[in-house]
Design a protein around this ligand. Sequence first.
Ligand code: GMT
Length: 371
Amino acid sequence: MKRIGITCYPSVGGSGVIATELGKMLAAHGYQVHFITSSIPFRLNGADPNIFFHEVEVNHYPVFQYPPYDLALANKMAEVIDAEKLDVLHVHYAMPHAICAILAKQMAKRDIKIVTTLHGTDITVLGIDKSLKRMIKHGIEQSDVVTAVSHSLVKQTKDMLDVEKDIQVVYNFVDESEYHVKADRDLWKSKYDIKPNEKVLIHISNFRKVKRVEDVIYAFQRIADQIPSKLLLVGDGPDYSEIRQLVHTLGLTDRVLFLGRQNNVANILSMADLKLLLSEKESFGLVLLEAMACGVPCIGSNAGGIPEVIEDGKNGFITEIGNIDQVVERSIQLLTDSGLHQTFAENGLKKVRDEFHSTFILQQYIQTYES
Ligand code: GMT
């Protein structure tokens, strides 16, 4: 049996979701999976004899001005590599996880291979920071295999960090047993006090600047002028209060529902007619895939990997970053043409099935480990 160690950010976020769901699938396929993280990944909810959790603890000695989390992680990784006889360490994010894995590999007695998956933020945000650029590049070059979640991210990584290393694309996926078209749409709408004739738009993110949530609000204001509708905002983050204030200022309080962080997004998505993701940076956009798997067409900006998920005019629309007129026009077109809406929903479901199916993505990761 192969033994895999997985390190990711355990809190809410696409990379944590992908790492955890992958671990669960590997365990179901007979791999022994060891999560090495600061707390239990939020999607790890249920016992599995093939899944183990190793908590990274950081001691707050007064001599350290900052608690040395990265070093504690590297030390824990080395411990687990030897104690659990790991074959592969699969880390999500080069910074700091690949760096910690490299250090752990040097410390451990056992030889181990490092697989690093790039999810975006370490390249698109941290890669610009000159003080970290060299270290991210080192993490990538010293990993045995590197994967990225879109072709766009591979290109950006190579351009920005000037790395020669081969980077394989392994797309995001969803757990199809959770994300699928549900029959109880009207029931969920009534629970949220949404009238049957009202269209439902949805945005899900961590409310960071790069998500341009304000564009969603400005577009919705104009859509709601023409179509009875509600906007569901799911998630929380640095821009949350600012967005709440904007909604208030624009007089949209009755039409915008702030749902905060949610674990069961599939049921919420089942109410939606349209998903908006208008980011200025987005390496893939897992939330788009989640929406498409639930039969919800999407409108996304032409940022990063979004056009690899949304095929413009086929399963959704692509708009220019910041072009609110375009978002409004496309949204109204989609919300008022039921034939077009159904075609897009069906094409989206097909794309999820044909290109992003979890069994296919799992095989790609397994091939990576085997190689
Ligand atoms: O979008 C975020 O800010 C969260 C971030 C994360 O670490 O979870 O998401 C990144 O990884 C996801 C999983 O691969 C991708 O689907 C998101 O597109 C990517 N976010 C960005 O590139 C901004």
